[in-house]
Design a binder for this molecule. Structure first.
Ligand code: NAD
Ligand code: DAU
Length: 352
């Protein structure tokens, strides 16, 4: 048995593959383009593991995908590959359209051809699981109920619009062609291997480097945080038991204002790695220009996943965030490696 995982050198994809192979003896084919966000080092512990094959390539390269499918005959495909950073989508949406929309379309086409040719029993068992985001639902007011699967799509950024388009394509391939698809819409993840362009790893990195901790606008925007390994366990559960053609919201019931997340990180760092001058990392907090079109609040209602598939997160925000800070303190070589070169150009442009 084999699964194919796209975007496996990125933050969530890498965590998924590492956790999968820690628990299953099933071969994994990793397909990743290795953009700035993809890092072979994330999968370094699998070097020499015969159960894992890494292939550098684009989900939009239909000839490559068709060849991989024909050679390895996967029973499932998990699509994590995407351009994922909202701020980058504001500076330059083109790559988001190419990978998230055109790339997903080409991947679906290659998968449809492969699936159509499978023997009936394998056809029935096959799954295409598409990993998506809560951002497709738009922004909530402080009193709105959390997003349910039945909420309408109201994406506000080029990133979320491109993910919404990909979700629609996946849905249409089920409805029209019968492709056995599943979609998950998850809230903000955090944990090991999170690229330091995103809030939590950026704050940890800047704090330790003695740099300003940039808070967009008033810092009162709310995100709903989930430890990445809980997201991975939810995906495994949906793959195993999800109803075909359905979508599942994934979240940790952890709504936090950005400023509170940053205060928590500063307080943990004050305990774990105090500043040389004995003052708090909170002194590095700097309010900066807001993100254009910044969504005010996301909140996920994950009750369907719990009710129908019995999934619950294992970590609270308090336990997960401590583990995360510890991981970054223990993995400074990884941070130094990913924050060289192109990363500095991005930070220069975004926070100029
Ligand atoms: P990431 O940016 O860390 O990783 C994306 C990976 O995809 C990288 O390894 C990159 O090289 C690869 N990739 C990009 N374009 C590709 C292409 N055309 N072909 C093959 N590979 C390509 O992203 P992430 O945070 O790990 O997110 C993974 C998925 O989960 C995305 O689909 C994202 O929309 C979704 N998601 C992320 C979060 C979050 O909080 N990070 C929350 C919910 C959903
Ligand atoms: O909700 C799920 C989404 O979460 C995923 O689909 C995206 O791929 C992922 O990047 C993430 O999007 P966000 O925009 O919510 O994450 P980010 O870490 O970029 O920002 C989190 C919040 O922190 C957001 O309100 C913007 C704010 N922020 C971010 C940065 C980078 C700051 O205040 N300062 C910053 O420097």
């Amino acid at each position: 048995m084999t699964i194919l995982v796209t975007g496996s050198a990125g933050f969530i994809g890498a965590n998924f593959v590492l956790d999968w192979l820690a628990a299953h003896d099933e071969k994994v084919i990793s397909l990743d383009k290795l953009t700035y966000a993809g890092n072979r080092q994330n999968l370094a512990s699998l070097e020499g593991d015969a159960r894992h094959l890494f292939v550098q390539g684009d989900i939009g390269d239909d000839a490559l995908v068709a060849k991989l499918l024909a050679e390895h005959q996967p029973r499932a495909i998990l699509n994590f590959a995407a351009e994922s950073h909202v701020d980058r989508s504001i500076h330059g949406p083109e790559d988001f359209i190419q990978t998230n929309i055109v790339g997903t379309f080409r991947l679906l086409e290659a998968v449809r051809a492969y699936w159509n040719a499978l023997p009936e029993a394998d056809k029935q068992a096959f799954r295409f699981l598409h990993v998506s985001t809560d951002e497709v639902y738009g922004s909530l007011s402080p009193t709105d109920p959390a997003f349910k699967e039945s909420n309408k799509y109201e994406p506000n950024s080029p990133y979320s619009a491109s993910k919404a388009a990909s979700d629609h394509l996946v849905r249409a391939y089920h409805h029209t062609y019968g492709l056995p698809v599943l979609t998950t819409n998850c809230s903000n993840n955090y944990g090991p291997y999170h690229f330091p362009e995103k809030l939590i790893p950026l704050i940890i990195h800047n704090a330790l480097a003695g740099k300003p901790l940039p808070i967009y606008g008033d810092g009162q925007q709310i995100r709903d945080w989930l430890y990445v390994k809980d997201h991975c366990s939810a995906i495994r559960r949906v793959l195993e038991a999800g109803q075909l053609g359905e979508t599942y919201n994934v979240g940790g019931w952890n709504e936090k204002a950005n400023i509170d997340v940053v205060h928590t990180l500063c307080d943990i760092l004050d305990q774990e790695q105090p500043r040389a001058d004995g003052r708090s990392y909170r002194e590095q907090i700097t309010f900066v220009k807001d993100r254009p079109g910044h969504d005010r609040r996301y909140a996920i209602d994950a009750s369907r996943l719990e009710r129908e598939l019995g999934w619950k997160p294992a970590e609270t925000f308090e336990t997960g965030i401590r583990k995360t800070v510890r991981w970054y303190l223990d993995n400074q070589a990884w941070v130094n490696n990913v924050t060289s070169g192109a990363y500095r150009e991005w930070v220069g442009k975004q926070y100029a």
